[in-house]
Design a binder for this molecule. Structure first.
Ligand SMILES: [Fe+2]
Length: 189
């Protein structure tokens, strides 16, 4: 009885795709390259340049009731002047999500709560942001000098580079929102 033939990735049969069989000499070569902060592209080419898009991210579920409770705990544990923004980061359930601090692909998402009377200092960043207001009353944001009142189900955009701050008026209620930013993409660029 003979061994069944090894299964060959069909993509490796295409001229121009990586199909190198490693040898002891090549292994030594790879070690020398690694010692010089270099590597052999053909070792990773098929993974880096897949035949068609292959996601490294997995569908991930965050239940609002759970994450709402986490956001409220963050209010008790961290002072606003210490954290700037007490954002709970949503991480994709994948290695790629952990590496890139990404909710999916090159996008960041987080949730944050603010109490009445709290403000975040004005700031700006290269990443663009969008914000869904999940609940609360009396929240506001100021984007490039435009004061915008935010209530439940409102949605606001903060284009990259625009000065902005957030707050909740003293007579308002705890406000919770979900933010989305292209931080991983901008940082990668
Ligand atoms: Fe911001």
């Amino acid at each position: 009885m003979t061994d069944s033939p090894a299964v060959i990735d069909p993509r490796d049969d295409v001229l121009g795709r990586s199909r190198v069989t490693d040898t002891p000499e090549l292994e030594a070569f790879y070690a020398e390259l690694a010692g010089r902060n270099a590597g052999a592209f053909w070792k990773r080419a098929n993974a880096i340049e897949p035949w068609e898009p292959e996601t490294r991210y997995r569908p991930t579920l965050w239940r609002y009731a759970d994450m709402r409770a986490m956001c409220l705990r963050a209010l008790d544990l961290v002072k606003p002047e210490e954290a700037g923004r007490r954002v709970v980061t949503l991480l994709n359930d994948s290695d790629a999500g952990r590496e890139n601090v990404a909710v999916c692909g090159w996008l960041f998402s987080g949730m944050q709560a603010m109490r009445p009377g709290e403000i975040t200092p004005a700031h700006r960043h290269t990443a663009s942001a969008h914000r869904f207001i999940m609940e609360g009353k009396g929240a506001y944001t100021v984007v490039d000098g435009h004061h915008i009142t935010l209530g439940a189900n409102d949605y606001v955009l903060t284009p990259g580079g625009c000065w902005h701050d957030h707050g909740v008026v003293a007579e308002g209620e705890v406000s919770i929102c979900q933010d989305g930013l292209d931080i991983p993409l901008m940082n990668s660029l």
